[in-house]
Design a protein around this ligand. Sequence first.
Ligand code: NAD
Ligand code: MG
Length: 396
Amino acid sequence: MIMRTEVPRRLTVLGSTGSIGTNTLDVVRQLGGRDAFEIMALTGNGNIELLAEQARKFGARLAVTADENRYAALKDALCGSGIAVAAGMSGLDEAAGLDADWVMAAIVGTAGLAPTLRAARRGANIALANKECLVSAGELFLDAVGTGGGQLIPVDSEHSAIFQCLDRNQRHALERIILTASGGPFRAYTREQMAGVTLQAARSHPNWSMGLKISVGSATMFNKAFEMIEAKHLFGVRPEQIEVVVHPQSVIHSMVGYVDGSVIAQLGVPDMRTAIGYALSYPDRSALDVERIDFSKLARLDFEAPDEARFPALRLARTALERGGLQGAVLNGAEEAAFAAFVAERIGFLGMAEVVEAVMDQLTDIGPAGEIADVVQADVEARRRAREVVGRMAAA
Ligand code: NAD
Ligand code: MG
């Protein structure tokens, strides 16, 4: 069990300007702001105005933009504030290395891996939104957390739900975990309909308001694919113990089934602040001003089996889980490149899964992950091959 840290808790938010980052700072405000948290570092990328505003408001010691070209703009924006400024990979590393008890890992994509690893290795408690750390670098990331000795608390709503439902004294009696999926905006579409959808349609999630990447990932269900791999690592379960069920209302955030047939679920309105507040308050719970479920108004909760023919991402996750090793890094790297090609309108919506599958099949004999450099190499190679496949598809 975690040692209670002193109040105020020292917190760094990697990716403070994003959807999870801004929700995190709203939770910080709700939990007492500067009386409850000492903000060590905030990091962003392009949105300098918001980053500077956050840094001033929360009295951060350090503000970092990942974009070196924006260093001067950030410096200007924070002129006279006494807040230190840094940029680029080294800036992110500096932010992760500051002595914060808690680090919210909320950068999107593989860009979050290096700073989150750094924070884990030095023993910070990690509130993990950046699931790509576990998808790409699973065992190595868990090793880093183990070496550092901090806690790893999931922020992804499904994994927060499972974490909350797990009876730690009965791990031997855990039979299955059931990840719920909304099914995204195209849940009821045929493959023919999906073939022609626009980015605008793909990013419009029916229940959750999220960043662009994860919104599109919900539409393809690659987000759920990542979450299956994330669950394997977080909860130490075998692939066949991980089930996915489509639950369009997103009220049940996920469930845990035990050997006696009991299923324990965690419910809430679709608002990431609950999972964020839980992670930042762990092992306590703090009062949050989020909407409550009104059961008298909940007309129904629906469930359906996911259709892997229309959503091949789920099948690809099973393949990656079976192959193990660096296949997670390949899946993740290829998907990020395929997503970028879809955003750039070089391939269609269904093309994303085709690219990922083609790259995974090219790299079946990629070895196990011995060190982080192997993960980085697999990621780079997967992206390179994904761009080749995209090039061939775009030319056809
Ligand atoms: P977002 O796009 O809204 O925000 C991403 C953050 O990362 C921003 O602060 C941005 O400045 C920063 N960033 C972007 N590119 C960067 C780079 N190259 N280097 C360093 N920083 C960079 O994303 P989000 O929706 O907040 O998602 C963040 C993470 O949380 C993702 O891993 C996502 O899968 C996960 N997650 C998000 C939600 C959600 O509700 N948004 C839910 C569950 C999990
Ligand atoms: Mg999720």
